[in-house]
Design a protein around this ligand. Structure first.
Ligand code: UD1
Length: 428
């Protein structure tokens, strides 16, 4: 299995191109199910999960073609055409490897009148239920049945969903996405209250509108969707990845460097940018890039994760690595997932001083981290270990690199180009 080997202590300086957003790509791809015309997505990141989603679409009889897959290209273009659907089942084997597969439930149900999707099962970052996805679809008129590890959703007479009102008891990104994609083809109007407002949801709404959907309140917590009989094809560009940009911002600071993050959208990263500035770093737009410059050791800060526009749970682990070298004690509280501190023992093996008390982690800044062999446990946790490795004295080896390949396009290439000593080696 591959490892990433980093010899730390190099100051990073230069330009890093920011890829298309993984979390957006994985909710835009299932939109292909909603029309018999081609949906072309541009700026798709080259990631294992994007390829996996393409394969899942193929299982349904949907054709997919990819352009721009030359080794030198960033941002691929995929065209998916669902002019016929030969299967409405998302099998366990695919869903267990890629949780985002659950996002086919809503659009498949809307288009085919029925959908069967394997339950995603446990996940490394805690218990991740899908009850709200199912309740929202029921509110839109679906009948839901759970059997043998699968969810089966059926619309009345396997026709169109009538649509309906649903108020989410807690903000859920995935459930909002599923409900939106189901509501766009309903025969009536639907209202989703306490909907997630993440930029990726706005991206999804904008793509659906480009396909002919009628959605009011985009970017707000109340979405009103007037169902239409058909959607048409479209060409849509995936937004830039705000989590990738935030991760490289932490890389600039932890190495005492300066990075220009090309294509990052500062307006979609307000909470991250505010937290970066609070550590003393400077963040400003310079031309087409967000420039992040370290200003000495990061100052200790207090952070709590929250749904957008709050501080993203997907940035918690990377900030923790950076604050492990901070000046003073930082407090990080994780409110979205109950078990998202698996990087803590691994960071401790590199010399970090972190104490977890329930949902809060107290991070006491140390003067240095020391390279070690560590194990990645999930996508963002893996990035926190890479960041620690970039700043640590000596050599670090990060195992289970497949997590990183799910979410960071050409990580080693991007970091090497700005001065990191990093390589991927195969231990076989
Ligand atoms: C969440 C994050 C998202 C992040 C992604 C991957 C939030 C609001 N969402 O999205 O930013 O990119 O993880 O790390 O920060 N829940 C239920 N029942 C459900 C669905 C969710 O109880 O049916 C709960 C979850 O356990 C969690 C909260 O709602 O506590 C938010 O989950 P949700 O937004 O749905 O998770 P993701 O879509 O995976």
């Amino acid at each position: 299995m591959d490892q990433i080997v980093i010899r730390g202590g190099h100051t990073l300086k230069g330009r890093i191109p920011i890829s298309g957003a993984k979390n957006s790509a994985l909710t835009l791809l299932p939109c292909a199910l909603l029309t018999d015309e081609p949906l072309t997505l541009r700026n798709l990141p080259r990631l294992a999960d994007v390829d996996g989603f393409g394969h899942l679409l193929n299982q349904f009889g949907i054709s997919t073609t990819i352009e721009g897959s030359n080794p030198g290209d960033f941002g691929r273009v995929m065209t998916a055409r669902a002019n016929k659907i030969t299967s409405t089942v998302a099998p366990y084997d695919i869903v267990r490897k890629m949780r985002a597969s659950i996002l086919v439930l809503g659009p498949m149900l809307a288009r085919a009148g029925e959908a069967t999707v394997s339950l995603p099962g446990g996940c490394a970052i805690g218990n991740r239920p899908i009850d709200l996805h199912l309740k929202a679809l029921e509110a839109l008129g679906a009948e839901i049945e759970l059997a043998a590890g699968y969810v089966k959703a059926v619309a009345p007479n396997k026709g169109r969903l009538p649509g309906g009102d649903y108020t989410f008891p807690v903000v859920s990104v995935g459930a909002t996405e599923n409900a939106l994609m189901a509501a766009v083809l309903a025969s009536g109007t639907s209202v989703l209250r306490n909907a997630a407002r993440e930029p990726e949801i706005v991206d999804l709404c904008n793509c659906l509108v480009a396909m002919g959907a009628k959605i009011d309140g985009i970017g707000s917590e109340t979405l009103t969707i007037e169902g239409v009989a058909d959607l048409h094809g479209a060409t849509y560009r995936v937004m830039s990845d705000r989590i990738e940009a935030g991760s490289y911002a932490c890389a600039a600071i932890i190495t005492g460097g300066e990075l220009d993050l090309v294509g990052a959208n500062i307006d979609e990263m307000e909470a991250t940018v505010a937290a970066l500035r609070e550590t003393g770093a400077s963040v400003e737009m310079v031309g087409d890039a967000m420039r992040v410059s370290a200003n000495g050791r990061p100052k200790a800060i207090t952070l709590s994760t929250a749904p957008y526009p709050g501080f993203a749970t997907d940035m918690q682990a990377q900030f923790m690595a950076m604050l492990a070298l901070g000046d003073g004690a930082s407090m990080l509280t994780e409110t979205i997932f109950e078990n998202r501190y698996m990087h803590v023992p691994e960071l401790a093996r590199m010399g970090a001083n972190i104490e977890v008390r329930g949902r809060t982690a107290v991070v006491r800044g140390v003067d240095k981290l020391v390279g070690a062999e560590v194990m990645a446990t999930d996508l963002r946790a893996s990035m926190s270990l890479i960041l620690a490795g970039l700043a640590a004295e000596g050599e670090s080896k990060v195992n289970r690199v497949y997590h990183l390949d799910r979410g960071y396009e050409r990580l080693e290439e991007k970091l090497e180009a700005v001065g990191a000593d990093i390589e991927r080696v195969s231990d076989g």
